[in-house]
Design a protein around this ligand. Structure first.
Ligand SMILES: [Zn+2]
Length: 243
């Protein structure tokens, strides 16, 4: 937790305060940033740059019809992530991640690895070094948002600042996920650890706020989590095969 760095509140200019709704919530989700741990041993900036320049067209599809995907369910074990409304972020992300993996493997010609498949503690460097060791084609980190303002709600996805393919992956998943939420918060950029030290295009999704009663009641339902998993998978499919 890096509250000092990540507590970026939206400031409401006093003259507008009367007319504007209260925005006592973060613009950037509270997830571990680039400086939370040292870089993993196999981080390779050159590889990362080449992957970001890759052009997706029919020719490249012939070369890699079977992508390697790494799904990263946020938190786990000693780290529950955000907690609220009787739910723990680590449980929701694992469930959505496993459902997404099952959906992808059943429907698409892809190889899917998980950074964790149970309620275990996994460091950030282990998550990224694992993806780098697998030579994954892309990386999807799954999280649930939280805010002190219980009215904050909705979905957003992130890419590393300036990453072209990361932004496209974030946009494709966002375009699928946004139909599940009343508040589409947009595609954003931030140097989260897992977006910084992966050698391949990566996104981090925040599907709802555990601190919001309405989002939490939906997240508590397995049918809703299955829908999110399917939407994540569809977004990945559009990213890889959607040319
Ligand atoms: Zn998280």
């Amino acid at each position: 937790m890096k509250w000092s760095k990540l507590l970026v509140s939206t400031l409401v200019v006093s003259s507008l305060a009367a007319a504007a709704p209260a925005f006592a919530e973060r613009e950037i989700a509270d997830e571990p940033a680039w400086d939370s741990e040292p870089a993993p041993h196999n981080y390779d900036p050159q590889k990362r740059e080449e992957a970001d320049k890759r052009v997706f067209d029919k020719e490249s599809f012939q070369l890699a019809a079977n992508p390697v995907i790494v799904i990263d369910p946020g938190h786990g074990g000693d780290d529950p992530g955000a907690v609220g409304n009787g739910l723990k972020e680590k449980d929701l992300t694992l469930d959505i991640g496993l459902r997404a993996k099952n959906y992808i493997v059943a429907n698409y010609p892809a190889t899917v690895y998980m950074t964790r498949s149970s309620d275990t503690t996994v460091s950030l460097s282990s998550r990224t070094s694992f993806a780098n060791a697998q030579n994954a084609d892309f990386f999807v980190s799954m999280h649930i948002n939280a805010a002190t303002d219980a009215s904050a709600n909705g979905v957003e996805t992130y890419a590393y600042p300036g990453s072209v393919n990361g932004k496209r992956l974030a946009t494709e998943t966002y375009n699928q996920l946004k139909s599940s939420f009343a508040n589409p918060r947009g595609v954003k950029e931030y140097a989260y650890y897992v977006l910084t030290y992966t050698n391949m295009p990566a996104t981090l999704g925040e599907t709802g706020f555990i601190s919001n009663a309405s989002d939490a009641s939906k997240l508590a339902q397995s049918s809703f989590r299955q829908t999110l998993a399917t939407q994540y998978a569809s977004g990945m499919h559009r990213y890889w095969w959607g040319f």
